[in-house]
Design a protein around this ligand. Structure first.
Ligand SMILES: Nc1ncnc2c1ncn2[C@@H]1O[C@H](COP(=O)(O)OP(=O)(O)O)[C@@H](O)[C@H]1O
Ligand SMILES: [Mg+2]
Length: 365
């Protein structure tokens, strides 16, 4: 059982670089938390602090209610899986999985039971006598997972464990990691720069940028209510579109205006924007939040010229020139459009995002 808490925690490397600034984060027992952000934002640093591989240079780190700032790694009851599998090339799969337990002098029959149980769950029983050189990348990563599993740690730490796998395997391994979390009933902290992976796996996502937390929330909260344009842009594919413009408040009605485009917000969103008449904003429209079929004659319409048509199997991405900007939407694949066609899409007024142009912070909660 392990609850993890960072309290005003910072990490300054010996060269003076601050890789993590004032992190406050509580990870609940058995929760699956994903640290998400671009390369260099401080994800591995944070994970390594939990593992005890990096010192907390300011603030506190707790496991349950104990401070662990100075607890060495082997007293923390954590197991870590890395992007590079770091297997011993001359040991068999069995010996690789067993190694940590052998070092800790577990009884031989207990080790055997744990190794076989992990191998069975990971479907690598038939590979136990092979050496890492005789395995595919996916199989090696399973061995690395097995090695962590047999330790039965209170906290499972994973640093981009799927990044070296090809796309199809990444997707099937995601499902397996989720199942692993369900069956192991332990706390998972998982690092990735892949937003789709984060959305699939996490109970909660911590979005990071330059050593600072941008937003913490469930996948739905982060996707539906991004706190700023960085978060909005980092999640979603193709990425969210922006149009710079101005808000006009008339009574209880709030409208975004940019040239010939006028989009009014649904009442719930509008009620949060009443104080912002005349404010310069960025409107955010996710690629999937438009519809062509029931575009009303004078409703929340986005009109423009088709600039590109990119079929992607299940649907298609439509590039559209709107007020001099190119926006990308995901539309039904049955829609037939040609370059240069003038079309109208209706925007889903319940799902429009609105950010202050200067601060880039969301104006709606
Ligand atoms: N030992 C170190 N000394 C100085 N700077 C470091 C050290 N390790 C990492 N950094 C810097 O800290 C920042 C965060 O690194 P890291 O946590 O590895 O990022 P991420 O895992 O999100 O890609 C990066 O700018 C990196 O260059
Ligand atoms: Mg990293």
């Amino acid at each position: 059982m392990a609850r993890i808490e960072f309290e005003n925690a910072s990490k300054r490397y010996p060269n003076g670089y601050v890789a993590l600034e004032n992190l406050n984060l509580e990870i609940k027992d058995k929760e699956f938390v994903v640290l998400l952000g671009p390369s260099g934002c401080g994800k591995s640093t944070t994970l390594n602090m939990i593992a005890g591989l990096e010192e907390v240079t300011e603030g506190n780190l707790y496991f349950d209610d104990e401070t662990v700032n100075f607890t060495p790694p082997h007293h923390r009851d954590v197991a870590m899986v890395f992007q590079s599998y770091a297997l011993y090339p001359h040991k068999t799969v069995y010996e690789n999985i067993a190694f940590g337990l052998v070092m800790r002098r577990h009884p031989r029959d207990d080790i055997d039971r744990r190794v076989r149980d992990a191998a069975q769950r990971l479907e690598i029983t038939s590979l136990l006598d092979r050496r890492p050189g005789q395995l595919s990348g996916g199989q090696r990563q399973r061995v690395a997972l097995g090695r962590a599993m047999v330790r039965r740690p209170a906290v499972f730490l994973m640093d981009e464990p799927l990044s070296n796998l090809d796309a199809a395997l990444r997707i099937s391994m995601r499902a397996e990691i989720k199942e692993l979390h369900r069956s192991m009933q332990t706390t998972f902290v998982y690092v990735t720069h892949d937003q789709a992976e984060a959305l699939t796996l996490a109970d909660r996502i911590v979005v990071m940028r330059n050593g600072r937390v941008q937003q913490i929330g469930t996948p739905d909260e982060i996707y539906e209510h991004p706190a700023n344009t960085f978060v909005a842009s980092f999640l979603g594919s193709p990425p969210i579109n922006y149009l710079a413009g101005e808000l006009v408040v008339e009574g209880r009605k709030v409208t975004f205006v940019r040239g010939g485009i006028r989009l009014s917000f649904a009442p719930e969103r509008a009620s949060q924007l009443l104080a912002h008449n005349g404010r310069k904003v960025k409107l955010g429209i996710r690629a999937e939040d438009v519809d062509e079929r029931d575009a009303p004659a004078d409703g929340e319409v986005i009109a423009g010229t088709v600039a590109s048509v990119l079929p992607v199997g299940s649907d298609q991405f439509l590039g559209m020139k709107v007020e001099g900007e190119e926006l990308f939407f995901r539309v039904n694949k049955d829609m037939r459009h040609n370059y240069g066609d003038v079309i109208k899409l209706s925007a889903n007024a319940n799902r429009l995002h609105i950010f202050d142009a200067a601060s880039e912070m969301s104006l709606i909660g």
